[in-house]
Ligand binder design. Structure first.
Ligand code: ADP
Length: 341
């Protein structure tokens, strides 16, 4: 690499690193987009940061999954990444298993500084145990260490993810501290970078919007009709009351209005609620249109990319090559400091 000037070299050395990833457990939805992808884009487009993004297919193996379709699903999420505006010229964008040798290796080393009890106590682990009681595997228990490896392999200090990931980030910070104390590493303690919508609710009225909860999500590739159909199933009430609900279906709808149509529109509906009443049919129609307008350019970009599979393949390959350079350096350093050959 040739640097134009000392300043340019200095700038690259000083840049803060960023890492974020999503599981290929289905197509991306509004929660992924607003809670994570928007933050990823903001940091990618800020020259103060050096950004790495990954489709975490190894994480998908921690819950029941279909081996036959996993690679295709990972590629689909990769294309979603490019469609929302992640740019291989600016960021290292990978499919995690292309660096499996390095990331799983690092997560194993990390497992030597964390206790089983700590991993079992995490709320995210307990929730997965409830969801999949017959699939409580070592891989599931190791999920947070794999995520710590995803982040720390780049020595990333900023992680744009939704608030649901905070317990995992706490583990990553713990691992960083212990690796630094015990082995003299210089890992940063990664912090979450939050967006305005760090928790996008489910359409079902409770819980978060999620790929793995049927009927909870609007997908990035949904057309106007599908969005309207999904919204029409969202639970509501009579449309009138003395106080505006703060939880449940109606509160969630108002939150979506704020996210896609702005705060004044939300205030308008709220005053209708405590006044003459809200007509949910009209609200949902307008909201569906606003959501679709935001998704339309993403869908158009996706269509373009689907016409050029070779370009996508090349980006996946180059992304892995570019990211591997940094990842190899970190793993080599950890091995040396841990007394391994
Ligand atoms: P899912 O829960 O849909 O399977 P992932 O676990 O793959 O999604 O999460 C990918 C990213 O999207 C993470 O940064 C996560 O915090 C974020 N995310 C997922 N669901 C939501 C949501 N409902 N609101 C905000 N962010 C979310």
């Amino acid at each position: 690499m040739v640097f134009e000037s000392y300043c340019e070299l200095q700038e690259i050395i000083m840049k803060k690193r960023v890492l974020s990833g999503m599981r290929p457990t289905g197509r991306l939805h509004l929660g992924n987009y607003l809670g994570a992808a928007k933050g990823m884009l903001e940091l990618q487009n800020n020259p103060e940061y050096e950004t790495y993004f990954t489709v975490v297919d190894i994480h998908a193996t921690t819950t029941p999954y279909d081996a036959k379709t996993l690679r295709q699903s990972a590629r689909d999420v990769y294309i979603d990444y490019l469609s929302v505006g992640l740019d291989p010229e600016k960021s290292g964008i990978t499919i995690q298993s292309d660096l499996a040798d390095l990331i799983t290796q690092l997560s194993f080393y990390f497992s030597s500084v964390e206790s089983v009890a700590r991993m079992q106590d995490l709320p995210t682990f307990k929730e997965k145990v409830r969801q999949h009681p017959h699939n409580v595997t070592m891989a599931l228990l190791n999920y947070p260490l794999l995520m710590a490896a995803d982040i720390l392999i780049y020595k990333a200090s900023l992680v744009p993810v939704g608030i649901d990931q905070e317990p995992h980030l706490e583990v990553a910070r713990e691992v960083a501290r212990r690796m630094n104390d015990r082995f003299g590493m210089d890992f940063p303690e990664p912090k979450r970078f939050s967006t305005k919508a760090e928790y996008v609710p489910s359409l079902l009225g409770e819980g978060k919007m999620s790929k793995t909860v049927e009927g909870s999500a609007i997908d990035l590739n949904d057309d106007l009709d599908t969005i309207l159909k999904k919204l029409s199933k969202a639970p509501t009430d009579s449309g009138q009351g003395e106080v505006v609900p703060t939880t449940g279906g109606v509160a969630n709808l108002f939150q979506f209005v704020e996210l896609f149509q702005g705060s004044p529109k939300r205030a308008e509906y709220e005053s209708q609620y405590t006044g003459n009443g809200v007509r949910y049919g009209d609200l949902k129609k307008e909201l569906a249109q606003a959501i679709f307008e935001e998704l339309r350019p993403i869908q158009e970009k996706r269509k373009e990319l689907e016409l050029d599979p070779e370009f996508v393949d090349r980006m996946i390959l180059e992304g892995a090559e570019k990211s591997r350079i940094i990842a190899e350096g970190t793993v080599r350093e950890v091995r040396e400091k841990m007394g391994l050959r």
